[in-house]
Design a protein around this ligand. Structure first.
Ligand code: DNO
Ligand code: MN
Length: 393
């Protein structure tokens, strides 16, 4: 008998009926699964079985599966252990139960304070005129120190960083300044919330007593509460790493490195307490050796995000083609293949972001989530996987 080979389950993110990319587009890209969330339900409230079922039916009507929930947002009260955090934890458990009852068993979430992913430029033009998401250090520092004027922010940066940022700030137009503010603070799908400058500073203030240690403890408390429910309902929890994987605007980050993953696992050893292995997020830090991380944490990877980034010496990075940049994609995929054969299981994977390119340059798209760039990424990743399997299995 021919032995069964486990390949990655190919999925794409879908934001629901408002997404300019349709479920048929996703199916034509060759994906079999969809990653989705109920963005219309306010953060903290229970996802009812009816709402879950409606979304599931929509996805299944075009012959796709709802493979992963990304994300059930974690309410700020849980991250700061304040206000109604106990109610929100109970609601989270109920949502996990309801998802399991509807047959959905993988939940991605993140524990980044206030902002989800942070970029300064959502339309960074590449030499080939495609557009990518970019993180520019000068812009972050200028925003923090000269626009937001966060108290104490200057002490977070070196003199060099401050003078470069000041230079940058003096050279941008009013329009560019407005765009920068919008790029950092706007409520894009997936970041769940949008702010004005004043609201953002108020939100930052809620973290005044919360450093790294406190945030780690709050994550642990959250997991101690929800992991038993996840286990009972056979729901795999998959924490997404910090993006970018370092502190921003003085906010602590607790899921950026191998050390952080080890702490997550030792704090709660259940197999259901796992990770989303996002190569684009972890890959920004040179110390994160991605293939080695797959080897070490293979049994805890419940969801995979594949994309690449390219960093420079000044703390900037942008999102590269899936097979270029700093992420050794083929080595990562090779290790993921090993993990899946060992676990005798296909793991859901999505091409996490793609360039805005070709016809999509003429369209309004969710930054990072246009159809063609992700289709290209998925096709390349699929090719690498097939090539490795052909040579080695
Ligand atoms: C970045 C993206 C994120 C991710 C959420 C998960 O790498 O994958 O926007 O979707 O942080 O909660
Ligand atoms: Mn990701």
């Amino acid at each position: 008998m021919k032995k069964e080979i486990y390949k990655m389950e190919q999925t794409m993110r879908w934001y629901g009926s408002n997404d300019p990319v349709s479920l048929w587009d996703i199916r034509q890209a060759g994906a079999t699964g969809v990653v989705s969330a109920l963005h219309h339900i306010p953060n903290g409230e229970v996802w009812s079985r009816e709402e879950i079922k409606t979304r599931k039916n929509e996805i299944e009507a075009v012959g796709l599966n709802w493979s992963v929930v990304e994300s059930i947002p974690v309410h700020e009260n849980i991250k700061t252990r304040s206000g109604n955090f106990k109610v929100y934890i109970e609601n989270y458990k109920q949502s996990i139960q309801n998802l399991a009852a509807e047959g959905i068993h993988t939940v991605c979430y993140n524990f980044m304070p206030i902002l989800d992913w942070t970029r300064t430029n959502l339309f960074f033009e590449l030499p080939n005129k495609a557009k990518a998401l970019r993180f520019e250090k000068n812009a972050i520092v200028a925003f923090d120190v000269y626009i937001l004027k966060r108290p104490g922010s200057e002490s977070d940066y070196s003199d060099d960083e401050l003078s470069r940022a000041l230079q940058y700030f003096k050279n941008i137009s009013e329009g560019e300044k407005e765009e920068l503010i919008a790029n950092i603070l706007k409520g894009l799908p997936g970041s769940e919330i949008g702010f004005t400058l004043g609201q953002f500073q108020d939100a930052l203030d809620t973290y005044s007593g919360i450093g790294r240690k406190e945030l780690e403890e709050n994550l642990k408390l959250f997991l101690n509460n929800i992991v038993p429910t996840a286990e009972e309902n056979k729901v795999f929890l998959a924490i997404h790493p910090d993006d970018p994987p370092f502190d921003v605007f003085g906010l602590p980050r607790v899921m950026s490195t191998s050390r952080d993953i080890r702490r997550l696992i030792s704090g709660n050893p259940s197999a259901y307490n796992g990770i989303t292995f996002c190569t684009g997020s972890y890959g920004v830090l040179a110390e994160n050796d991605l293939p080695t991380m797959v080897k070490e944490f293979g049994d805890r990877i419940h969801f995979i995000h594949l994309r690449s980034t390219k960093r420079d010496d000044l703390g900037n990075f942008h999102e590269e083609n899936h097979l270029d940049g700093d992420v050794p994609m083929a080595s990562v995929i090779a290790e993921l293949i090993v993990v899946q054969q060992k676990r005798q299981k296909s793991l859901p994977m999505r091409p996490d972001h793609g360039h805005q390119m070709l016809d999509d340059l003429k369209k309004t798209t969710n930054p990072g989530y246009s159809a063609i760039g992700r289709l290209k990424g998925l096709a390349e990743i699929r090719g690498v996987e097939e090539g490795i399997l052909f040579c080695k299995y």
